[in-house]
Design a binder for this molecule. Sequence first.
Ligand SMILES: [Zn+2]
Length: 54
Amino acid sequence: MEESEKVRVTIRCNQCGEKFILRGKVIKGKLQTGFKKCICNNQYDLEITTQAVS
Ligand SMILES: [Zn+2]
């Protein structure tokens, strides 16, 4: 049983509009990315979409 799933993560900052595309994984339903904050210092007002990677 696979417990972690690789995903492509698109993060868009709602403050400055910057877009980040990175790779992450979902472990037991929880999304893990290396993303900490946007270049404008925003960490919470983000639009995050994930897409499964095969
Ligand atoms: Zn930003």
